[in-house]
Design a protein around this ligand. Structure first.
Ligand SMILES: C[S@@+](CC[C@H](N)C(=O)[O-])C[C@H]1O[C@@H](n2cnc3c(N)ncnc32)[C@H](O)[C@@H]1O
Length: 438
């Protein structure tokens, strides 16, 4: 792999390219680095590479001509070289991107400075724009080093044992398992016994389990792309069972359109849809709360039909879902029952279409999923009362409209969107696709 670096600070790379395995790889010729000082491609006595931006504004911009000459100079010698501009506006650099680029013969890395480079170079001469993260550096040099280090580790011969690369975070699709070394005990902290057992199968199994756990807790989105075995799915299922999430569907106290406090009617659709939602996302239950015994008995009949009656024979899948419905006369009874089931009271999360309180974002709530049971309270009719929201530990960010503030969703839809936002990243169980015989 040949890396060409276009920069106004070639000295920036003096030491990083001399140390460690990268330094050795360059010495061995496995990696070639060519530094090109952009000022060498200027034609004026002051070797100017930048100028003020058209339209005014802060900072300076790299001029197109020196960049054009530098790129052309390299391309004349290595026409297949891929031109990369390091910029915060580029595609996020990941292990997958590095793997793809490591298959190139040579790369030209353009390091910007100041406000960046003239747009016409980006339009005409750049093959790919890469960002190393959502932050802004002084210049592209640090980004170029990140790209060089990551890709170099994938070049055969640079890292002694190839499997040490294969088992690394991201390369395996998962985060790497925890590592320990001597001493066996440090500040009272012991190395896990399995690692001292000499039982390589058990050690491998422990390490895989730890990788799955860490990835699930810290970067669950990676699991969607990872190559997982049925044993992996089983282990992940065990970990996911630790999450205890309930929906509480409140029919009283809620508001009507006039803002009066009412009790709304239980609807068949709400029960079916929230039950299926709960089963799909493996919620622990859906509390259907209504003070009117007649309403509850209507719901009981419906649930019995689907869980014990003819419905359970006609549609066992529906029956499975409907078993997750729990009827209660009021909120306190539901919380009491939930606390008895979980051995601790839940974190109460109120919801509404309007930002009635300071709200918690989905990402913040996801952190709590591993800690305590969570009860997401959905209001029917025109929503939960202020008094009720005062009893909640958190208020969840409403679902906003896309083009204007219209966001009047049915409770079923709102519940589905909120649950998918909260748990969608953990939905990793894929059905095997059955191809229709043509
Ligand atoms: C100060 S930055 C310019 C940032 C630019 N004004 C912007 O807001 O997008 C100067 C140079 O640093 C490099 N750079 C800054 N942040 C980067 C990042 N996250 N990834 C890759 N390169 C970056 C780019 O080469 C950029 O041209």
């Amino acid at each position: 792999m040949h890396f060409h670096i276009i920069t106004i600070f070639p000295e920036y790379f003096d030491s990083p390219l001399k140390v460690g395995l990268l330094g050795k790889a360059i010495t061995k010729g496995l990696i070639r680095i060519s530094l090109h000082n952009l000022r060498d491609f200027t034609t004026d006595p002051h070797r100017v590479v930048d100028d003020v931006p058209y339209g005014g504004g802060e900072g300076m911009v790299f001029k197109p001509e020196p960049l054009y000459r530098a790129i052309s100079y390299i391309k004349e010698r290595e026409p297949e070289a891929k031109v990369i501009y390091l910029t915060p506006q580029g595609r996020l650099f990941t292990q997958r991107v590095a793997e793809a680029l490591s298959r190139e013969k040579s790369l030209i890395l353009i390091c910007g400075r100041y406000e960046g480079i003239d747009e016409r170079i980006r339009e005409k001469f750049i093959d790919e724009e890469i960002s190393i993260g959502d932050y802004v550096l002084f210049g592209g040099e640090a980004g170029a080093l990140v790209v060089i280090e990551t890709i170099s580790r994938l070049i055969p011969g640079v890292i002694g044992k190839s499997d040490s690369v294969e088992k690394e975070s991201f390369t395996s699709g998962l985060l790497k398992y925890p590592c320990y070394t001597r001493p066996r005990e440090f500040l009272g902290l012991r190395v896990p016994d399995v690692l001292l057992s000499g039982d390589h199968t058990a050690i491998e199994r422990y390490r895989r389990r730890e990788s799955l756990r860490l990835t699930l807790e810290r970067r669950p989105e990676l699991l969607k792309e990872a190559n997982l075995t049925s044993e992996d799915f089983q282990i992940l299922g065990e970990f996911l069972k630790k999450m205890r999430i309930y929906i509480l569907l409140l029919h009283y106290p809620v508001y009507n359109r006039q803002g009066e406090i009412i009790a709304s009617a239980i609807t068949n659709l709400d029960l079916h849809d929230l039950a299926r939602l709960a089963r799909t996302y493996d919620l622990s239950g859906v509390y259907v709360i209504h003070p009117d015994p007649e309403q509850r008995s209507l719901a009981e009949d419906l649930i019995r039909y689907w869980t014990q009656g003819r419905g359970s024979k006609i549609n066992p899948l529906r029956s499975e879902a409907m078993k997750l419905l729990l009827l209660c006369k009021d909120f306190d009874e539901a919380i009491e029952d939930l606390t008895r089931r979980e051995g601790e009271p839940p974190i109460l999360v109120g919801t509404d279409a309007s930002p009635k309180r300071e709200f918690i974002r989905i990402k913040e709530l996801q952190v709590l999923l591993w800690k305590k049971p969570i009860a997401i309270v959905l209001g029917t009719a025109w929503g939960l009362t202020e008094e009720f929201l005062d009893r909640c530990d958190y208020f969840l960010e409403p679902i906003w409209g896309r083009i204007d503030t219209y966001n009047h969703l049915s409770v079923r839809t709102a519940g589905s969107i909120l649950i998918d936002r909260l748990l969608g990243v953990y939905t990793i169980q894929r059905k095997i696709r059955e191809f229709k015989r043509s």
